[in-house]
Design a binder for this molecule. Structure first.
Ligand SMILES: Nc1ncnc2c1ncn2[C@@H]1O[C@H](COP(=O)(O)OP(=O)(O)OP(=O)(O)O)[C@@H](O)[C@H]1O
Length: 529
């Protein structure tokens, strides 16, 4: 019988050079291993990150490197007590839990009604034009409904927001399974039932809009946004007055209001960490620590007391989401969640985890002073209607916009130094087509959903393959076509080649001549996608 130990030996036997790999390749390998294991484990217990025993596999693959744990650990210090719960205890659970391997979840449901959702929710989804779930939704929704903690990993624009929003609305609010008087009871108690954390205001506001859309105009107040940059006392008043069951916000603002005693999340049932790998960054460390320690932790319970799996499940369900899941997230998932499952959409192109398969990638060598002009020619050559151009330094955005406007191209800058109102106005103009080129920085790389965006241009090179993936993912959303063009100077070409290798995608050299994109490089060694 293929036991967990046997499966682990199979992994160890591969003795893969983890150390030499980038984050993205490492994760790709890790995920391939997970899929492989899921087949081995299928009939013998649930597949969880814990019972995959990543730590021991990892240590065995390269025992000599003493620095490895440090490299792999997340920049955020996690609450220590949960670390201890991972290990033999998790492995023990294998035999006692009901089977649920990654590949055993139903894929490609033909309609939302196949997923066993309550009729009012199915109706609302249909009214808003959501009839067929995407692959990641077909997988994640039933898994979350079975009370599992999950890490949802699927490429940009594949519908990860609804993948957690739908199961939450099944349980929380007026569209859910519970009778409405149950819901009103919890509202009266001012209990928050779901907390969604996102790393930027824009993303937070976008998630709120998605909730409001499904809830419908009558139930809009079930959800409230708590994002930074907006008036805090007004948000606190709204909490008191509207008694929302769901809040969506940025780490700083949620932690701030919680610390002031104005947010009651101890009884919370769902904690969602959207763009979880970004939330791990050092900037969010303290706020995330507070959120993880308070949300769904009933007061009176000794936080350090060992808990049975059942008692832990009576606490919050943790849902972690991103297109990019580096090893640090896997580690964090094990310490933040309870035996989390990795949920991925089944895809034809299994090696490229983070990028939509429909994207075309090019690079263009150009001098620094000609970049904006090359951008303009690129937009004309591709006849792009809605373009996001990324730069690394906020100060340079204005200059680029000025140059584009001077040549008659509608452009606007978007960055964190603009006020909340300014940012929303520009985004609105970009979404409705008034602005053709949005020149922005890393702020817009994550989560921003503009369906019409057909071209992403990197005016400056992204810092690594993860940043490339999130920037690129602003186009080609939900199966649409999209093009990504990276501008670089001659000495930077090796960086593009490195990105190509790390991501496992062809990025072809091109030029813009006579209003056309001309590919100047042949696909010599096609990269297997
Ligand atoms: N089942 C569906 N049917 C039709 N449209 C959908 C469906 N699910 C999601 N969408 C739409 O697809 C778009 C992309 O979804 P979403 O923003 O959730 O992607 P994502 O995977 O979270 O992307 P990113 O990783 O960039 O944040 C949204 O406009 C959303 O409304």
């Amino acid at each position: 019988m293929p036991t967990l130990a046997a499966s682990r030996l199979l992994l160890v036997g591969e003795s893969f050079p983890f150390q030499k790999l980038s984050h993205v390749s490492r994760t790709a390998w890790l995920h391939r291993s997970i899929r492989f294991l899921s087949r081995v484990e299928r009939d013998h217990g649930p597949l969880t990150l814990t019972n995959l025993g990543f730590k021991s596999e990892f240590e065995t693959t390269d025992k000599n490197n003493t620095q490895k744990p440090k490299q792999m650990s997340s920049p955020v210090e996690f609450p220590n007590r949960k670390r201890n719960t991972v290990g033999s205890k998790g492995i023990k659970a294998v035999g006692t839990k009901k089977l649920l391997g990654i590949e055993s979840a139903p894929f490609s449901a033909k309609s939302f009604s196949e997923l066993g959702l309550p009729p009012p929710l199915i109706e609302r989804l249909a009214t808003e034009g959501f009839a067929v779930p995407t692959d990641v939704q077909s997988t994640a929704i039933p898994t979350i409904l079975k009370n599992h903690d999950v890490v949802i990993q699927s490429y940009t624009g594949s519908g990860k927001t609804l993948a957690y929003l739908v199961p939450i609305l099944c349980e929380v609010g007026p569209l859910g399974k519970k009778p409405s008087d149950d819901n009103s009871k919890s509202v009266k108690k001012m209990e928050i039932e779901a907390v969604i954390v996102a790393p930027s205001r824009e993303l937070g506001m976008q998630i709120v809009r998605e909730f409001e859309k499904i809830l419908g105009p009558i139930n809009k107040k079930v959800v409230q946004q708590l994002v930074g940059g907006a008036n805090r006392s007004r948000q606190e008043e709204a909490l008191k007055k509207n008694k929302p069951a769901i809040i969506v916000g940025t780490p700083g603002r949620i932690a701030e209001i919680s610390a002031a005693g104005k947010l009651h999340t101890h009884g919370c049932r769902f904690l969602v960490l959207d763009e979880v790998d970004e939330l791990l960054s050092f900037n969010f460390r303290e706020d995330m620590h507070r959120i993880l320690e308070h949300v769904g932790r009933r007061s009176g319970a000794d936080p350090h007391a060992p808990k049975s799996p059942l008692a832990q499940r009576a606490e919050r369900q943790t849902i972690m989401v991103s297109a990019t899941v580096p090893f640090s997230v896997i580690r964090a998932a094990r310490s933040w969640g309870h035996d989390p499952l990795l949920v991925q959409a089944k895809k034809a192109q299994a090696t490229v985890e983070s990028l939509p398969p429909s994207l075309k990638h090019y690079y263009c060598v150009t001098k620094l002073q000609h970049k904006v002009d090359t951008l303009r020619r690129c937009v004309h050559a591709l006849d792009a209607k809605s373009v996001i151009a990324f730069m690394n330094h906020t100060k340079q955005l204005k200059d680029a916009v000025f140059k584009l406007e001077a040549r008659g191209m509608n452009a606007a800058e978007l960055h964190g130094d603009l006020g909340k109102l300014g940012r929303s106005t520009i985004l609105k103009k970009f979404k409705n087509g008034e602005v053709r080129v949005l020149v922005t920085n890393e702020l817009s790389a994550r989560g921003l959903d503009v369906a019409e965006c057909d071209l992403v241009v990197n005016l400056d090179l992204p810092t690594d393959s993860i940043h490339y993936a999130h920037r690129a993912g602003r186009t080609g959303r939900l199966g649409r076509k999209g093009t990504v063009v990276t501008m670089c100077e001659e000495p930077e070409v090796f960086v593009v080649k490195k990105l190509q290798k790390q991501l496992g995608i062809p990025i072809l050299a091109c030029e813009f001549k006579e209003s056309q994109l001309v590919v100047t490089e042949e696909l010599k060694n096609p990269v297997v996608r």
